[in-house]
Structures are given as structure tokens and as C-alpha cells.
Ligand binder design. Structure first.
Ligand code: SF4
Length: 320
């Protein structure tokens, strides 16, 4: 599979204390490199504040980076201007977590879906037929076309948000916790819809969620972030069956198991303490203050992401 997106040494530092009196920086994303292949889902996991959402915003150029680059179809997105930038904005889009706030309450479903098409001046033939086709694609129908968002359930609103993104015929979609605001009963339906659409249109997803069971279900590969860095990346099943980094092992050991017998057998690895302050991250391995395996070297030298087995990368001195 060719890489649709190549991320190279991407950094995003936010100033603390306003731009004039900057003495310190929050290193939200601090030198990450990875690829996302065409037609795959890359899951991005980690605790809140680890840099997942900032990474996603950088990939869509909703933020400018402090350093590094993102190549989309081989072109650096931060150098795009004019027509090329507009085309990138058509091809790369996002479905937000909260379908209650992401839709304009004063617009009908028809206008919500047509709005980006009008902005991008795309010729779709008969607009009603085009919107109707999209509604069918996401499990809605003609009776929904001229209703307002408040008339729909959370799951239906998320279907409208997906139809709006699909309307632009994108290649890449960031799914930022797309089901976490929904009832459990409808979460699986939306996840299955996203999978079906991916197969049909060869869509590429970056899937962000704090729910690891959902990430496993959705993702082909998984990247684990800790304090602005990627500490492990690889095939989703391999990461869940044989996690390498102590942080990944701890995260996975804490996933609830439905079978009480299996749950008794499973050893939980608790992560001690809170994540350190991203303004002043610890030297060496950033995970060392919380790691049960930390040695002296971990406190002084930062481990690099190395390929431990084919396609499975980890940043930890236990494997170097
Ligand atoms: Fe733990 Fe050291 Fe590995 Fe960091 S490098 S995760 S501190 S063993």
C-alpha cells in the first residue's frame, strides 16, 4: 500500500504566558514521524493531553507546525497555497466527537450537506439527487432532507455529519472520538457504517479514541503517544497481542474483559502517578518517572523509535 500521508519530525510548541513574554513552551507534539497508508485506519491512542488532537489538527493544517513537515500525496501541506490548498481541504476532512455542536441548528439537512459543495464550487448535477444519494449512503432517507438537526437523535446527527464530509469526496478523514458522545447501543452502528464507507471509497482514516477496544476494532495499525512522542507503532493485532513498550502494556492490561474467568487470569499493570508536565518533560525517556522497569540510562538518554520486528516500532531501552 502506498503512503497517502508521510509525517516527518513534526513539532508543535505552544508558548506559555502569551507571545511577548515567552519563557516556556508546551511541547504538545515533539518530533513525531509516521506514515498513513492509502485505505488504512491508523488508530492514535494515549492519555488526554498526550498530543493526539494536536497531531490530528496539524495533519489537516488547522495548526501550523513549529517544525517538521507533512506530505500528502507527496506534497508538503504547509507549502500549499491557493487552488492546491483548497483541493487539499476538499480531500482531507474531520468528523468531530460531538454531533450536537458540529451541525448548525438553523440549517436544514439539505443545506448542511450542500454548504461545503457550494464553498468548493463542485458540480454535482442535481443537488437534491446528490444529497439523497448521500443520505442513503449513511442510512437516512428523503424524509430527513428538509428537517433540522434538533429533530434527530445523536446517532442520526453523526450520520448527517458523515454525509457532509463524504459530500466532498474526500480521501482522508480524521475521526476524532466519533462515537464517544453517543449511546452505547448506536456506537457499533456508526463504527460499522464508517468501516463500510472505507471499503467502498478506499478512504484513509486517522482514528482517535480513548476507548482501546473500539480502536482495536477499527484500526489496521496503531500508534501510541506519550507526552508528545510516539512510543510504539505497528500492526493493531500485534500491538494488542504482544505490546512492547511498558506504557502500551499498561494501557492494554487495563481494558475491561467481559469474561470474569479471563479477567481473573489477566494481570493488570497500573501506571503510577499522573503524566508529567509537558512544559518541562523529564529528561531521557519521558515515561521513566512512572515506569516500573526504569534504569539509570532511562533517566539520561532518550530512546529512539526502532524497528523491533517487521513494521513494529518501539522507543524503549529494553529493546535496544
Ligand atoms: Fe521504561 Fe526505560 Fe523503557 Fe522508558 S526506556 S519505557 S523508562 S524501560
Amino acid at each position: 500500500m502506498p503512503a497517502l500521508i508521510q509525517v516527518e519530525n513534526l513539532k508543535k510548541y505552544f508558548p506559555v504566558g502569551g507571545k511577548l513574554l515567552v519563557k516556556q513552551w508546551v511541547k504538545a507534539v515533539d518530533g513525531v514521524s509516521f506514515e498513513i497508508y492509502e485505505g488504512e485506519t491508523l488508530g492514535l491512542v494515549g492519555e488526554s493531553g498526550c498530543g493526539k488532537s494536536t497531531t490530528a489538527r496539524l495533519l489537516l493544517r488547522l495548526e501550523e507546525p513549529t517544525d517538521g513537515k507533512v506530505l500528502f500525496e507527496g506534497k508538503n501541506i504547509y507549502k500549499l497555497r491557493g487552488r492546491e490548498l483548497k483541493e487539499f481541504r476538499r480531500k482531507a476532512n474531520i468528523v468531530f466527537q460531538d454531533p450536537y455542536t458540529s451541525l448548525d441548528p438553523r440549517m436544514t439537512v439539505f443545506d448542511i450537506i450542500m454548504e461545503p459543495i457550494r464553498v468548493h464550487k463542485i458540480d454535482v448535477g442535481d443537488p437534491e439527487q446528490y444529497v439523497l444519494k448521500l443520505l442513503y449512503e449513511v442510512g437516512l432517507n428523503e424524509s430527513h432532507m428538509y428537517r433540522y438537526p434538533h429533530e434527530f437523535s445523536g446517532g442520526q446527527r453523526q450520520r448527517i455529519a458523515i454525509a457532509r464530509v463524504l459530500a466532498l469526496r474526500p480521501k482522508f478523514i480524521v475521526l476524532d472520538e466519533p462515537t464517544s458522545a453517543l449511546d452505547v447501543s448506536v456506537q457499533a452502528q456508526i463504527l460499522n457504517l464508517l468501516k463500510d464507507l472505507q471499503k467502498k471509497y478506499n478512504l484513509t482514516y486517522l482514528f482517535i479514541s480513548h476507548n482501546l477496544a473500539v480502536v482495536r476494532y477499527m484500526s489496521h495499525r496503531i500508534a501510541v503517544m506519550y507526552l508528545g512522542k510516539i512510543v510504539e507503532i505497528g500492526d493493531a493485532e500485534e500491538i494488542f497481542e504482544s505490546p512492547l513498550h511498558p506504557y502500551t502494556r499498561a494501557l492494554i492490561s487495563l481494558i475491561p474483559v467481559p469474561d470474569p474467568f479471563q479477567a481473573r487470569k489477566r494481570k493488570k499493570l497500573m501506571i503510577q502517578g499522573e503524566p508529567p508536565n509537558p512544559i518541562n518533560p523529564p529528561p531521557g525517556c519521558r515515561f521513566h518517572p512512572r515506569c516500573p522497569f526504569a534504569k539509570d540510562r532511562c533517566k539520561k538518554e532518550e530512546p529512539k523509535l526502532i524497528e523491533y520486528s517487521k513494521g513494529h516500532y518501539v522507543a524503549c531501552w529494553l529493546y535496544s
